[in-house]
Design a protein around this ligand. Structure first.
Ligand SMILES: [Zn+2]
Length: 241
């Protein structure tokens, strides 16, 4: 993301909220890291996850629900685990995506489509308490409603996903739990730390890169594949191949 540096958001340091942004964080250290087996491709999306985990002030030992096991969901799960979470539960309707989550070492996966199935699974995993934090990385009505339902009293939902349609928020459900609803949009000043985190945990991040293709295969082997193959998370394009 390239921010303008002059609008009121930029001047306040929140350049992720720049009204005139066109697309990159501080690139310092990024280029030297880019030789690293493709992991540099994960810095930008992991910066989104780092921003969200930081916004929600995740505490060591928190139990966490991740709604959605797409690339941002999985990268958020990794950031949450590295940050000291206890249970990291990942919920998605796709068996293929959950298989990838398991490959990343997340064995508390749920395929809970309706609220009662989700409530049951969360209760079983947390001794009936609910989770401290839920991240909505899918951005549809059921994932947000489910995230709120999964919370323990005093818990937090952090929305990362961009909703296609404005969701209904059950304020009463939040109120009765003394819960908070937070949002996290993009990232600001995260690259430097995210590069260090990925570098320290390379083995954990490597499985996110599910495929490597040549530049000539971008459409057939990349864009088309991502549209329907849920086993894919990040596809790398090798410009030299
Ligand atoms: Zn700006």
């Amino acid at each position: 993301m390239i921010a303008c540096g002059r609008c009121s958001s930029c001047l306040a340091g929140h350049y992720n909220l720049c009204e005139y942004a066109i697309g990159k964080d501080n690139a310092a250290g990024f280029l030297s890291f880019s030789a690293n087996g493709g992991l540099a491709a994960l810095v930008e999306p992991e910066a989104v996850a780092a921003q969200a985990v930081s916004e929600c002030q995740l505490a060591p030992g928190d139990d966490v629900l991740i709604q959605g096991a797409g690339p941002i969901g999985l990268l958020t799960a990794l950031m949450v685990r590295i940050s000291g979470a206890h249970h990291v539960l990942i919920n998605d309707m796709s068996q293929e995506r959950l298989a990838l989550a398991k490959q990343l070492g997340f064995h508390d996966t749920l395929q809970a489509g309706d609220l009662s199935a989700l409530r049951q699974a969360i209760a079983a995993a947390t001794d009936g308490h609910g989770v401290d934090d839920a991240f909505d990385c899918a951005g549809v009505q059921p994932t947000l409603t489910g995230a709120i339902a999964a919370l323990k009293n005093g818990g937090k939902v952090t929305v990362i996903a961009l909703f296609g349609h404005p969701p209904v928020v059950d304020v009463r459900a939040l109120l009765k739990k003394g819960a908070r609803l937070l949002t996290s949009y993009g990232y600001a000043n995260r690259f430097e730390r995210v590069i260090k985190i990925i570098d320290n945990h390379r083995d954990q991040f490597q499985p996110i890169i599910t495929k490597r293709i040549k530049l000539t295969e971008v459409v057939t082997g990349g864009i088309d594949v991502l549209a329907h193959d849920k086993q894919q998370a990040k596809i790398l394009v090798d410009l030299k191949a």
